[in-house]
Design a protein around this ligand. Structure first.
Ligand code: IPE
Ligand code: IPE
Ligand code: MG
Length: 253
């Protein structure tokens, strides 16, 4: 049960005033943080400044989700296709993510955040790998929100990696099942996302959580990631709560 009204924090009160049921929040929210480049271009700035601004948004969204009582937040920070970008942008992004991973660790740990990663992490620069592993180890036993950074992540690559693991284990074709594939993804203990958010209006999924998003509810906002605020987060949750999830069955509505 949710706290009585006088013990709620500010964002819970705001959510409640919008009609959000705090006992029926999405357990897992996954976000495609898009539009940093467009945000910068519109202001005559270099793309990397858009990514910096996006970092500020992520800090707030993580805090918002944690205070609301969301259990899992997964964000798409760098896709396996983003290596196609100019080298300067790629190295700038890697440096930004590494600095963020180091600078945010203390606050995340204080807030009981458990850090995870998804993706082919062994292919990112060594300094970033070290920072991520340090974050994961430090926060391993925390019991608050699980924050997963998808980095060098591709949904198809994740399925390929799971299949490779099964073959290495010598699994028979007859034994292959959806459960077995799910159990060999990068974070098998994390439930599928209930709500998937994309910013900057793009109506595609760009290889994010391909396997896990089969029955996720979708929310796309025109706002770019640097402009994404608490209002949009709550709007996404409102829309989610207005949907009827059927999972292929017949449900009276
Ligand atoms: C999302 O913003 C961040 C990353 C992909 C790392 P973009 O950089 O894709 O921004 P747009 O889509 O070019 O505006
Ligand atoms: C998806 O955004 C990847 C991340 C947000 C990290 P992109 O901007 O790379 O996707 P496309 O290229 O528009 O499909
Ligand atoms: Mg983009």
């Amino acid at each position: 049960m949710v706290n009585p009204e006088n013990r709620m924090n500010a964002i819970q009160l705001q959510a409640k005033s919008l009609g959000i049921d705090l006992d029926a929040l999405p357990s897992h929210i996954a976000v495609i943080m898009d539009g940093n480049g467009r945000w910068a271009k519109k202001r005559g700035l270099v793309r990397l400044l858009g990514h910096r601004e996006g970092y500020k948004t992520l800090r707030r969204v993580l805090l918002d989700c944690s205070e609301l009582g969301i259990q899992y937040l997964t964000v798409y920070a760098f896709s396996s296709e983003n290596w196609r970008r100019p080298q300067e942008e790629v190295s700038g992004l890697m440096a930004l993510i590494e600095a963020a991973a180091r600078d945010e660790l203390r606050l995340m740990h204080q807030n009981n955040v458990r850090v995870r990663v998804a993706g082919r992490v062994s292919e990112v620069p060594q300094g970033l790998q070290n920072a991520l592993h340090h974050g994961i180890e430090t926060t391993r036993s925390n019991s608050g929100i699980t924050f997963t950074l998808a980095i060098n992540y591709g949904g198809r690559a994740e399925i390929v990696d799971a299949v490779k693991t099964l073959i290495k284990q010598g699994i028979d074709a007859e034994q292959v099942s959806e459960e077995l594939i799910s159990a060999n993804l990068y974070n098998p203990d994390i439930p599928d996302p209930d709500l998937m958010v994309r910013t900057a209006g793009e109506m595609r999924w760009s290889n994010f959580l391909v396997w896990q998003s089969s029955y996720s509810e979708l929310y796309v906002t025109e706002k770019s990631w640097p402009e994404f605020g608490t209002d949009q987060l709550l709007e996404g949750i409102c829309q989610y709560q207005g949907r009827i999830r059927k999972f292929g069955a017949v449900v009276d509505d």
